[in-house]
Design a protein around this ligand. Structure first.
Ligand code: AN0
Ligand code: CP
Length: 331
């Protein structure tokens, strides 16, 4: 695997989920794979799970890890080509990414969207510039429009907790006090649509008017504005807030009626409750749901280790450090 930026980088979805499940059973089976090689993790935004689970995954493979909060500790980066750099940005990504690529065999980048410039966010300017200039394989730690390590962990979790061969999975919008990216729901939808094609799930999306995701991500999934109807017979409820794509980055509703409550969970087929975390209690989901035995958010977050480990293993295996550099040459 030369890069992991979306589900499109995964040739065999089921095999990758099975790989993650196998690593969970035998975390240290490939401890030599990362020997004398280094993973660099660059964070433009805050993180708890992604930062720690990816480090843990790397350690399990014997990789060295370097982590940097680039927006705080490094030079301000310019991402546009051909600009006169007479503003506040001290360094161009062209040099910065290439330099980090000299120190690491794989680079991971977390960079949230601006939520103001839709065109630049959906062009994935930041992650694509790293991809162009890093010279080594790139791992998304959540980009402007996607969070693939989260989605892989989500699919592994659904596979572990399903009680029927083809569970009904509901992605439901929920209220929030801040405008949040579409990355998690975009990515979840993209992965669930791929899983549905393989006959693994039945996937449906519920959100209030105006919260439609870009059709590249929602695909052919049924969409309803009736949350209660979506919950009927559901096996998994995946809650997430996101801001509007259409009225880009805007909060159109904070309707508390969309919070996930025990009354709504009672409509389901004793569904498991999922959320990528961090979650705001009693805004997105009621305490009684999050604290119930049907909530699997902690197990879901735990699975981030195996998702990251499976991806790092696929990037490293059967390749020398030179091979990794050659494979990452942009097309
Ligand atoms: C981020 C988001 O919604 O994309 C990160 C989630 C993993 N969440 C917040 O900013 C609260
Ligand atoms: N779910 C997730 O990616 O969490 P962090 O933002 O804490 O990494």
């Amino acid at each position: 695997m030369n890069q992991f930026l979306s589900v499109h980088d995964v040739p065999d979805l089921l095999a990758l989920v099975q790989e993650a499940a196998a690593l969970k059973q035998a975390p240290f089976a490939h401890q030599d794979l990362g020997k004398n090689r280094t993973l660099g993790l660059l964070f433009f935004n805050t993180s708890l799970r992604t930062r720690l689970s990816t480090q843990r995954a790397a350690q399990n493979l014997g990789l060295n890890v370097m982590v940097m909060n680039v927006s705080q500790d490094s030079w301000g980066l310019e991402f546009e080509d051909g600009v006169v750099m007479n503003g506040t940005k001290a360094e161009h990504v062209k040099e910065a990414a290439a330099v980090v690529g000299q120190y690491c065999e794989i680079i991971g980048v977390r960079s949230f969207p601006t939520l103001t410039d839709r065109e630049s966010d959906y062009a994935e300017t930041v992650i694509n510039q790293f991809r162009r200039y890093a010279g080594v394989p790139l791992l998304s730690l959540e980009s402007a429009t996607r969070h693939p390590l989260q989605s892989l962990a989500d699919l592994l979790t659904i596979d572990e907790y399903k009680t029927t061969a083809r569970p009904k999975v509901v992605l439901t919008w929920a209220p929030h006090v801040k405008a949040l990216p579409q990355a998690v729901p975009n990515s979840f939808a993209e992965w669930m649509n791929a899983a549905q094609t393989l006959g693994l799930v039945d996937f449906i999306i519920a959100h209030p008017k105006g919260y439609e995701l870009h059709s590249d991500f929602s695909g052919n999934a049924p969409v309803t504005e009736n949350q209660a109807e979506a919950f009927e017979g559901a096996d998994f409820i995946y809650a997430k807030n996101w801001s509007s794509y259409r009225e880009y980055g805007k909060i159109l509703s904070q309707d508390p009626n969309w919070m996930v409550t025990p009354e709504k969970m009672a409509l389901t087929n004793q569904a498991k409750f999922m959320h990528c975390l961090p979650v705001r209690r009693n805004i997105v989901v009621a305490d009684a749901v999050l604290d119930s035995p049907d909530s699997i958010v902690i197990q879901q977050a735990g699975n981030r280790v195996w998702a990251a480990q499976a991806v790092l293993k696929r990037m490293l295996e059967n390749r020398s450090s030179d091979d990794l550099r050659k494979a990452a040459q942009p097309d």
